[in-house]
Design a protein around this ligand. Structure first.
Ligand SMILES: [Zn+2]
Ligand SMILES: [Zn+2]
Length: 325
């Protein structure tokens, strides 16, 4: 029998500058370059230009994520893994990009289900209902099953379903099949990453209206229920949002009725600092403010918010700032 030889990598998993005994014989800490050399593919030289060009390659997502709620679980389960997926691509670790994008997609599916108040016979679905309907709790279903449930219940549209499917299929090929070749690995990594970004954007919601960010209202309600809604913006019924520090005053509308204009009850309002001082002092819901009324002071027909206002009301307050006579 003849001996056969194949080329080999010596110590393929070792970071020699750190491993003993090399490390103890060299007092200096490993350089950043040595660390980068370990992080990058073993079969190519470290090249900053190459790292940057990979960053540019993957930073071409059609949908951008430009803000994330600073909520720990969202950061831990969605945002930082996605950032690591991108960083992995930079250092040529495309499999990590795919597997982290896959993890993010699973988390998005669970989050989307959590923030949806799925109903059965007119009440919210419980974990027991989920078991009876799907065979197990939603969170414990396989990803393919989760996505089809989300689709059937109308939680996601065709676009998101396609993103979920793409990530799952690519991920399955690379992470579960020995026979999958790696020649399309980088471009598949990019596809997974882009699909994961667009899924997160769908879950978080990032419409901008009148220069303000609008989060997915379902996510907002979910964060409120969890008592986590603090540092993220308040959402107003006109679709705008404001951070807590932008709120000048808050409280129920002081229009003096039990129900505000076009609303089933009294509206709890938050007035932002960018509003005129007069408007903040009136403490009226915006629709109650704009409602035309017979003014109790001047008897003319004008906006409720303009009662006593110089220039609008026939009998303006003597003290305009204090809104008293
Ligand atoms: Zn009102
Ligand atoms: Zn008036």
């Amino acid at each position: 029998m003849t001996e056969r030889q194949i080329p080999g990598w010596i110590n393929p998993l070792a970071f020699l500058e750190v491993d003993e005994p090399w490390a103890s014989s060299t007092p200096a800490a490993p350089t950043l370059e040595a660390i980068l050399r370990f992080l990058c593919p073993a079969d190519e030289p470290v090249d900053v230009q190459k790292l940057l060009s990979r960053y540019r390659e993957i930073s071409t997502e059609p949908v951008r994520l430009f803000l994330a709620p600073a909520e720990q679980r969202i950061l831990d389960k969605l945002i930082w893994p996605l950032r690591n997926a991108k960083a992995s691509y930079m250092v040529g670790n495309y499999l990590a990009t795919i597997s982290l994008s896959g993890m993010v997609a699973e988390m998005v599916a669970i989050l989307l289900w959590e923030i949806t108040d799925s109903r059965i016979s007119g009440r919210s679905m419980t974990k027991e209902d989920e078991k009876r309907l799907f065979g197990s709790e939603f969170e414990k279903l396989g990803q393919e099953r989760r996505v089809s449930v989300l689709s059937v219940y109308g939680v996601i549209g065709d676009r998101s379903k396609a993103d979920f499917d793409e990530i799952r299929q690519i991920r399955r090929h690379y992470l579960h099949l020995w026979s999958q070749d790696h020649d399309r690995l980088p471009s598949d990594g990019i596809k997974c990453f882009h699909a994961a970004v667009s899924l997160i954007v769908t879950a978080i919601g990032q419409d901008v209206q009148e220069g303000r960010l609008v989060l997915n209202p379902r996510l907002v309600r979910y964060l409120e229920r969890k008592g986590l809604y603090g540092a993220t913006p308040y959402i107003f019924d006109d679709g705008s949002a404001a951070l807590p520090e932008e709120i000048a005053a808050e409280g129920p509308c002081e229009c003096g009725r039990s129900a505000c204009v076009n609303r089933p009850g009294k509206v709890y309002c938050r007035w932002t600092r960018d509003l005129p001082e007069w408007v903040i002092r009136k403490r009226l819901y915006r629709r109650c403010y704009d409602e035309l009324v017979i003014c109790p002071r001047c008897g003319k027909n004008h906006k409720r918010g303009h009662i006593g206002k110089l220039g609008d009301c026939g009998k303006p307050y003597g003290d305009q700032e204090g809104q008293t006579d």
